[in-house]
Design a binder for this molecule. Structure first.
Ligand code: HEC
Length: 163
């Protein structure tokens, strides 16, 4: 078979595909779904529950406050998430005295030492959790906004009770 015959046969095949029933493909809803999602602006109040994940990269901590008081019930909820996501590096006491911490080139900071983290604003700790862009990984995929604020409450509690 010459190259030309092959090309002809191929183009005939392509043309015949035009006649395949495309009614499913051409339905309106398929097109509507292709519209890009509009990301929620920083500070927007989620109306679909806190499961809506805002991208806080570069957000200004001065414009962020906890949406509810970081009280005893927030501390209690935060303890669980702290135990899952923070203990491996920062330790149960917050002193970053874990085996993993000892092996890291850039060690995790003590969360309860007199300076540094104690002096951070709530919003700065919140942003570290959901939008860390340095050695520490961010936990945006794992924690929604309220869960991250609960962790902030627990870190504050650790600082209050640190020995
Ligand atoms: C894989 C280890 C690791 C885990 C897990 C981890 N961190 Fe960190 N964290 C670090 C390291 C390393 C630093 C210091 C370098 C940096 O800022 O990235 C740090 C720094 C911090 C700081 C100080 C930020 C600052 O601006 O000084 C805070 C607050 C903090 N972590 C909170 C948390 C909380 C809360 C969690 C749990 C949600 C957590 N970290 C989980 C490694 C970790």
């Amino acid at each position: 078979m010459s190259k030309l015959t092959v090309m002809l046969a191929a183009s005939l095949l392509l043309v015949s595909c035009e006649n395949v029933d495309k009614s499913m493909h051409d339905q309106n809803y398929a097109k509507v779904e292709k519209v890009a999602r509009i990301p929620a602006p920083v500070g927007a109040v989620p109306i679909l529950g806190s499961k809506v994940k805002i991208d806080y990269a570069g957000a200004d901590p001065a414009k962020l406050t906890a949406p509810y008081p970081l009280d005893a019930s927030a501390v209690a909820r935060g303890e669980r998430f702290y135990g899952i996501y923070c203990v491996p590096c920062h330790g149960a006491s917050g002193k970053a005295d874990t085996k993993i911490a000892a092996k890291m080139d850039v060690p995790p900071l003590s969360l309860v030492a007199e300076h540094a983290v104690k002096e951070l604003k709530d919003a700065e700790i919140f942003l570290k959790i959901v939008a860390s862009d340095s050695i520490m990984p961010k936990y945006r995929a794992e924690l929604d906004d309220n869960e991250a604020w609960d962790v902030v409450a627990y870190v504050r509690e650790l600082q209050k009770t640190a020995k």
